[in-house]
Design a protein around this ligand. Structure first.
Ligand code: SAH
Length: 325
């Protein structure tokens, strides 16, 4: 697809696009939905991304950090609940040295699960060490490929280094995921560039979410409902352009639309990432406000989403759900 066509689709009402993406999803990914259990293990972060509630400058957030044994315990619980993948996500928290992360990874890999890391920008050698310890996948959204906007929103960071991280992850043999945060000031044309970027890097996973303003950040304000529609269109086009990749129905979509994940699953998505963080920490992992399922136990999240998935004629996979099976 050419950039011009992508822009046209982003400017369309989406009806035909969503139907086409659903068809392509069915052809390449069947009716199988992969669940990835998300463990938000630390909300401590040294960065100051303008949109994110975990930013270091947010002094109103009560911080927490799970110890390696606690993280491994949650992963064991996830395995017992039937999860085939766990995702370890956090702010950029230097407490977790390479050695600590590698220990956590190798312990969890004993549970016969796929393991995904989402812990931000690291050096080639750090990514290499995690990979050698057994990590299978890595998620690092580009957020935006608009260089000026990237610079403005990410103090002391660069688009160039973000890209380098993604090249390195790919080179090390990770199933690599990226994505866009829709509604942080991009032009439609730059959203089209994001999709072409994912394609050019042959990303194995792409997660697209709408921006939800956080009151304790410079981007505070009202939710813009258009971000949901635009995120959904981005996601559907990504399915058309990269038919065999894994695409999540994101939690942020459900946060601004009560049926968001089901709509996404019917518009190209084939993955859901239920939260399996211990209930008492959930509200503190506040990248944006009003996150869903804050008071639910991990067991509840699993059965709730499974019922929703069945209600639309789909089923939960019992495989690890790699891009290429
Ligand atoms: N520190 C890790 C994990 C970040 S949290 C990293 O840098 O990769 C995961 C994702 O949450 C981010 O990539 C971003 O796209 C999203 N996010 C952050 N703030 C948000 C907000 N206010 N609304 C919606 N999504 C947000």
């Amino acid at each position: 697809m050419q950039k011009k066509e992508i822009i046209e689709l982003l400017n369309s009402d989406g009806t035909e696009l969503f139907a086409a993406a659903d068809e392509v999803r069915k052809k390449y990914k069947k009716d199988e939905v992969h669940l990835r259990g998300l463990i938000e293990f630390s909300n401590i972060c040294k960065r100051n991304c303008a949109y994110c509630g975990l930013q270091a400058r947010n002094k109103k957030l009560e911080r927490y950090r799970l110890l390696p044994d606690e993280i491994i315990e949650i992963a064991k619980k996830a395995a017992n609940l039937g999860y085939k993948t766990v995702v370890l996500q956090s702010g950029e928290d230097d407490f977790y040295t390479t050695e600590i992360i590698c220990n956590i990874v190798s312990e969890i890999k004993k549970l016969d699960m796929a393991l995904t890391l989402s812990i931000g920008e690291k050096s080639y050698d750090e990514y290499k060490a995690y990979r050698e310890a057994g990590a299978d996948r890595y998620l690092l959204r580009i957020e935006t490929t608009d260089e000026n906007l990237y610079k403005k929103l990410h103090p002391n960071m660069s688009l160039e280094n973000r890209k380098k991280c993604l090249y390195n992850l790919k080179k090390l043999g990770y199933e690599t995921g990226s994505g866009t945060l829709v509604g942080i000031g991009q032009e439609v044309s730059s959203l089209a560039d994001d999709i072409l970027f994912f394609k050019s890097l042959d990303m194995d996973m792409v997660g697209i979410g709408p921006f939800i303003p956080h009151p304790n950040t410079p981007l505070k304000g009202e939710i813009n409902p258009k971000n949901f529609d635009m995120a959904l269109k981005m996601m559907a086009i990504t399915r058309l352009v990269m038919p065999d990749i894994n695409i999540p129905a994101t939690t942020a979509m459900e946060t601004i639309n009560p049926n968001g994940r089901i709509i996404a699953l019917q518009s190209g998505a084939n993955v859901v990432m239920p939260n399996i963080t211990t209930t008492k920490y959930r509200s503190k992992y506040e990248i944006y406000p009003n996150k869903i399922c804050l008071n639910d136990a991990p067991e509840t999240c699993r059965s709730c989403i499974e019922a929703k998935i069945r209600s639309i004629g789909r089923y939960v996979s019992d495989t690890k759900g790699y891009r290429k099976q």
